[in-house]
Design a binder for this molecule. Structure first.
Ligand SMILES: C[S@@+](CC[C@H](N)C(=O)[O-])C[C@H]1O[C@@H](n2cnc3c(N)ncnc32)[C@H](O)[C@@H]1O
Length: 206
């Protein structure tokens, strides 16, 4: 994600009631929320989160993003929309997942995660087998994991790792037309579509 380092990003994020750093996150922050929970991993500039939280006020969205400068762009959009069903976190999802273990998530969303094509970087892929196991445990019965990518090899790899957990249904769409009901386009997705690249989507239902 090409966003220049923004010197004020961390202070801006700290000023927001709907943001926390993953290190400071505790379940008490969301204990009173009585809505189905959606976790988006790798929020980027926030288009998905903004559209989905606006369209699905009966869901509560937790979005995590490693890069504070990028997240501050998303945060500005969310602040302008004055949404009350979003929490954003700065940090690495691997530190968040253990903190969520007492929860059941309705959806886990992976939109255009970095493919990390080199074998030596496999563990950084957000569909690496260890993470996939954790996602599966966190999903409620009937919950759904959605993965989208432009990258054929990453899609094939992710289908294999996602096949290693016992989803009741695992669907691999090789030319996704944007017609899944619980979905919105992301910044990356628009760029890929403009270039004529096919979007691959994997949907796992527990
Ligand atoms: C290629 S971008 C896609 C952004 C957005 N989802 C989209 O589709 O436009 C991937 C994003 O995931 C974030 N990311 C990568 N690894 C992450 C991790 N372990 N935890 C949280 N965010 C991560 C990156 O910082 C980057 O902003």
């Amino acid at each position: 994600m090409r966003v220049k380092f923004k010197p004020g990003a961390i202070d801006y994020l700290k000023s927001l009631a709907f943001h926390t750093h993953v290190d400071d996150f505790a379940l008490s922050k969301i204990k009173d929320i009585n809505k189905p929970l959606v976790l988006e991993i790798g929020v980027g500039k926030g288009d998905y989160l903004l559209e989905m939280a606006s369209n699905y006020p009966e869901h509560f969205f937790i979005g995590i993003e490693l890069n504070a400068s990028v997240l501050s762009v998303a945060a500005q959009k969310l602040a302008d929309a004055n949404l009350n069903n979003v929490l954003i976190l700065t940090g690495d999802v691997k530190y968040l997942l253990p903190k969520l273990s007492a929860l059941s998530l309705n959806y886990i969303i992976l939109n255009h995660s970095d493919p990390w094509p080199k074998k030596r970087h496999e563990k950084r892929r957000l569909t690496y087998s260890t993470l996939v196991n954790e996602y599966y445990k966190l999903l409620e019965e009937g919950g759904t994991l959605i993965f989208k990518t432009d990258n054929d090899d990453f899609a094939d790899y992710s289908y294999i790792t996602l096949s290693s957990v016992p989803f009741k249904e695992l669907i691999f769409i090789k030319d996704y037309k944007g017609d899944y009901d619980f979905d919105a386009k992301t910044e990356y997705e628009r760029k890929f579509l403009n270039k004529g690249v096919k979007i691959k989507m994997i949907i796992g239902k527990k």
